[in-house]
Write a protein that binds this ligand. Sequence first.
Ligand code: 2HA
Ligand code: ZN
Length: 345
Amino acid sequence: MKSILENRPELAYEVNQAAEVAGYLWQKGWAERNGGNITLNITEYVDDEIRALPAISEVKQIGKVLPYLKGCYFYCKGTQMRMRDLARWPMANGSIIRILDDCASYVIIADQPVMPTSELPSHLAVHNYLLEKGSPYRASLHTHPIELIAMTHNKKFLEKDVATNLLWSMIPETKAFCPRGLGIIPYELPSSVKLADATIEALNDYDVAMWEKHGVFAVDVDIMSAFDQVDVLNKSALIYIAAKNMGFEPDGMSQETGVKELTEKYRKRFEAFYHTEGSNTDRKGSRRKRTEESPSFLKEVIHSILDTLPELLPSMVLSKPRVITLCTENIAVLKHALSLLVDFL
Ligand code: 2HA
Ligand code: ZN
């Protein structure tokens, strides 16, 4: 049988990235049995031929009305499927669905009638929210990272931003690549509406939400970037635990050191990236649309600096920014923040 991925290199690239990430989740021990979920909004890769494909399942209800998903298409991990199997056979352990015009139901269109994850309503609600707020994020990941989950068995790490600040202070990468930190969601039943609603609320302020004693939910432009955010957070947790195992409380980096290192690291990445830009192609030689390697000054430096300013300058009573859109007012705030930074450096 012909796969929907055939002769569609961009769509195949996204789905193969999900397979690659699924393999990492299994290798890291974060995906026991059928643990974890991946959903990708692949609507931008859908052509007229895909739009004309017939349904290969009956119409299924989502259980919610999600108006921003009208006519959208998603790749979803299958219910009860294993990440380690999805890593090798993404289209036998996941499927592509079309949201119908009532915004409340869907059908499976390819390759096989694999029923999507039981967490589909919460994943789709998150995608609906991302589209509603104009976010470029198209991928969502739920997984069970061991050390991060272990931290949520201690009440002190459940307080707002305590875990985030500790994890950021372990290595500069964590703040650079997870600049919005880890939002904590108190325990709720898996698959519950309450958990989905709390996740959406947390995603206002964070890209990664931690479900107490269960796992993380991360969103980003693509699935590899969502994985990277969880990976750097868990790496920090491992460093913290390693220090504790050596019998001491780690010093942690001050926010000031972090800002300097972020700026220097960004400059090096920028220079390296723009010297090698010509080789930014995939294995088949066609140009990639997006790459997680491209440096983002806004994400890696400005977000982090703005997050740091309220702590550096408490007298200014600054609050942490949410998503930065470049309107005149925000540009003025950015300029002000940068002038403070220049003084500070
Ligand atoms: O779908 O991890 O929490 C598998 C899960 C649910
Ligand atoms: Zn789970």
